[in-house]
Write a protein that binds this ligand. Structure first.
Ligand SMILES: Nc1ncnc2c1ncn2[C@@H]1O[C@H](COP(=O)(O)OP(=O)(O)O)[C@@H](O)[C@H]1O
Ligand SMILES: [Mg+2]
Length: 238
């Protein structure tokens, strides 16, 4: 079943269409890629899905329930979690405290155990007691992912989670992403690392100037002439 459904979403910023009639979906147990050049509307679509930006038109459903009019915290209760392109950690709190907050906000029965488990799974043991404003970006992104996972989400939106990560961190991130998908979470991945997207996503949607240019498997999207022209900045050879 489609866990997240986005139907006919448009966003108009004072006459400028950031999104035009966008249809999009994410299925439990899979990673769905959302790619496109800067300014395409990817972050705006995430903001609409999580309720930080009201759409001019369209509908959002989680597990078949219309959440279009719900505030962000009620969508979170229905299983929606996200990370931010510009990190939004509590900088003065430690890694452990940030993750614990995710677990306790979601009223997980044993927030301590949830936190300890995630610190272990995501390789954060060495920095558990560090303040998050002292971490390098790559590691801070892992903490944001851990905090999102601590809420036990059904739908997880990741906005450029690998940016600022080195190769080793990205390799570890890729494994975690696959583990989380296997646990049944519907993941949406916004990412500029095209190789990562092609490797982990079962479906990819390409946005350009607020329009869905193409949707399909990684192989289909990679061969789409409109995608090659707009996103990769080249035209296919005859
Ligand atoms: N709050 C806002 N007010 C006005 N314009 C915005 C706002 N947020 C984003 N935009 C514009 O909407 C377009 C899409 O931006 P964004 O969703 O951030 O794209 P992406 O994440 O794909 O780079 C851009 O032209 C951006 O300048
Ligand atoms: Mg963005």
């Amino acid at each position: 079943m489609t866990t997240l459904e986005v139907q006919g979403v448009s966003v108009n910023f004072g006459g400028r269409m950031a999104l035009t009639d966008v249809d999009f979906g994410a299925v439990a147990g899979t990673v769905t890629g959302l790619i496109g050049p800067n300014g395409a509307g990817k972050t705006t679509l995430f903001n609409v899905i999580c309720g930080l930006q009201a759409p001019t038109a369209g509908r959002i459903a989680i597990d078949g329930v219309d959440v279009t009019r719900l505030p962000p915290f009620k969508r979170a209760r229905r299983g929606l979690a996200r990370t931010f392109q510009r990190l939004e950690l509590f900088g003065l709190l430690t890694v452990r405290e940030n993750i614990y907050l995710g677990a306790s906000v979601a009223k997980r029965p044993q927030p301590d155990a949830v936190t300890a488990g995630l610190i272990d799974q995501l390789g954060l043991s060495a920095v558990g007691d560090e303040r998050t404003d002292r971490l390098p970006t790559g590691q801070a992104r892992v903490v944001e992912l851990a905090r999102a996972l601590a809420t036990n989400p059904k739908v997880l939106l990741l906005d450029e989670p690998a940016s600022g990560q080195d190769e080793r961190e990205t390799a570890a991130f890729r494994i975690v992403l696959q583990q989380v998908a296997e646990e049944g979470v519907a993941i949406v991945l916004v990412e500029h690392d095209v190789q990562l997207v092609m490797d982990v996503c079962s479906a990819i949607h390409v946005l350009d100037l607020g329009n869905v240019l193409a949707s399909g498997s990684p192989a289909q999207v990679q061969q789409d002439p409109a995608v090659l022209a707009a996103y990769l900045g080249s035209v296919p050879h005859e």
